[in-house]
Write a protein that binds this ligand. Structure first.
Ligand code: ACO
Length: 446
């Protein structure tokens, strides 16, 4: 064994690595060679533009529908390793936060980058709690909706309407103003959600109770009836708090991207949050938990699961709550949610649909179709069952996602605003339509 050789090899490899963090591209159309710098295992798409056949050409672009392999920002908020099933906010594993933190503390962490000290947490909670009331005119606004309006539609509209009540929110480069809008948004989201819910029931609105926790107050505004003081069930209050922690951020997903994209035009944060909420409404994103429940009810019994899975494999429908753009392993949030489900069922009784869900998971995870495509349960697979057991109608499920995600959206928005490299989001296209042609008078058209 020669001890020198491996050391020499390592030194050479190090030198090559340190000296040339570049990518060499040869354009076979011209035989020209280009050296593109690599930073954090990434090349800059703009560097491709120097690759051209003719000097006067636009230059090469990368084509990436649905951003499958394009980083649109550098971020320090949330880390996901989809292959290993890892999710961390500001470096802290989701499992630890779910066990030891609270939603408001986690929201502070996500927005400020560090866990708060006790006085910081007290001040933060005070500000959020004292921004839970909404302008009485918003109530009139809600009254205008039909009784069966989807609460997500009501949320999107009322969040957007908040921008008309707080014109100071347009001062987006003023840190003090941004803090105020952050307290308002995080504080008012549960109130808007609860009011939308009560409107659909025709029940009088229940006002915020500042003595309760964030989720305790939300339950109060949803479910308070004739009692003088609503006392939330501690298990349900805690379960909802953990679910809120799990949903607080998820890096560059569809709605975070909508928040950043719309925010990049420098519109106020209420308008951008309304856009993010609209993105979340879709059945491929935050609307999936509602679809999961519909699917489980349609399957109806554990005996019918194999037949349903066959129909999924035949392409008739998707197995809702399965698959993820990033996770090619068990979604770490789904694991925690399964535990929370048991806690909630102990208080509220077992949701009979859980057996169908567990059977779907068992059958799918043994099936070559799902195994080869690395399709595992995602966060939405079990949340709907918990929400239903807690007494929420299906239409409220995406709303329960939007409330906690607001902290993540604001963190993504603020990071975008303060990033000197960011500009108004404006993708390119590969135009494949007609070349120039002359207008044809209508009488000459066939
Ligand atoms: N059921 C059946 N097949 C699926 C599913 C599913 N749920 N998800 C993906 N596949 C299949 C696709 O048909 C495709 O098969 P093919 O290679 O034979 O064409 C393959 O798996 C890869 O899927 P893509 O669509 O390329 O994956 P993509 O990353 O674009 O989509 C998505 C991810 C949208 C989440 C998808 O898995 C899906 O629609 N799942 C169901 C909806 C859902 O649960 N959404 C919630 C996501 S989590 C969240 O937003 C909070």
């Amino acid at each position: 064994m020669n001890p020198v050789k491996p050391a020499a090899t390592a030194t050479t490899a190090d030198a090559v690595r340190k000296g040339r963090e570049t990518l060499t591209v040869i354009d076979n159309r011209t035989g020209k060679q280009y050296e593109l710098p690599i930073t954090h295992d990434t090349i800059r798409a703009l560097d491709l533009r120097k690759i051209k056949v003719q000097e006067n050409e636009f230059g090469m672009m990368s084509y990436d529908p649905a951003f499958n392999n394009t980083a649109l920002c550098q971020s320090r908020v949330t880390f996901i390793d989809g292959d290993s099933g890892i999710l961390r906010y500001r470096g802290y594993p989701i499992e630890e936060l779910a066990e030891k933190s609270t939603y408001l503390e986690t929201a502070y962490l996500i927005l400020h980058g560090e866990l708060p000290t006790r006085p910081q947490l007290e001040e933060w909670s005070f500000h959020i709690t004292h921004h839970t009331f909404i302008h009485e005119s918003i109530k009139k606004f809600l009254d205008g909706f039909h009784y069966d309006a989807h609460p997500m539609g009501m949320m999107i509209s009322t969040i957007a309407a908040l921008s008309t009540f707080y014109p100071d929110a347009r001062d987006i480069f003023n840190e003090e103003s941004r803090s105020k809008q952050t307290w308002r948004l995080i504080g008012k989201m549960p109130t808007l959600a609860a009011f939308a819910y009560r409107h659909s029931l025709g029940m009088p609105y229940a006002y915020p109770d500042n003595e309760l926790s964030y989720t305790g107050n939300f339950l109060n505004m949803l479910f308070k009836t004739t009692e003088l003081k609503y006392r939330p069930n501690p298990t349900l209050e805690h379960a909802l708090d953990v679910l809120f922690i799990l949903h607080a951020d998820h890096e560059q997903n569809c709605s975070a991207n909508a928040m950043r994209c719309v925010g990049s035009s420098h519109v106020d944060p209420y308008s951008a949050t309304a856009a993010a909420t609209a993105a979340l409404y879709g059945p491929l994103h935050g609307g999936a938990n509602e679809e999961v429940l519909r699917m489980l009810m349609q399957i109806g019994s554990t005996q019918r699961v194999p037949e349903y899975i066959q129909r999924v494999k035949a392409g008739e429908h998707k197995l809702m709550g399965f698959g993820h753009r990033i996770y090619k392993n068990y979604d770490p949030r789904a694991r925690i949610i399964k535990r929370i489900a048991d806690e909630v069922f102990e208080v509220m009784g077992r949701n009979p649909l859980i057996d169908i869900a567990l059977e779907c998971e068992r059958v799918a995870l043994q099936d070559e179709y799902f195994v080869s495509r690395r399709l595992y349960p995602n966060v939405d697979f079990y949340t709907g069952l918990i929400y239903q057991s807690m007494g929420f109608p299906m239409t409220m499920f995406p709303v329960l996602f939007a409330i906690p995600r607001t902290s993540g959206w604001i963190a993504q928005w603020e990071e975008m605003l303060l990033d000197a490299e960011q500009k108004i989001a404006r993708p390119r296209q590969v135009y494949l339509g007609h070349d120039q042609r002359s207008y044809v008078p209508i009488e000459n058209r066939s």
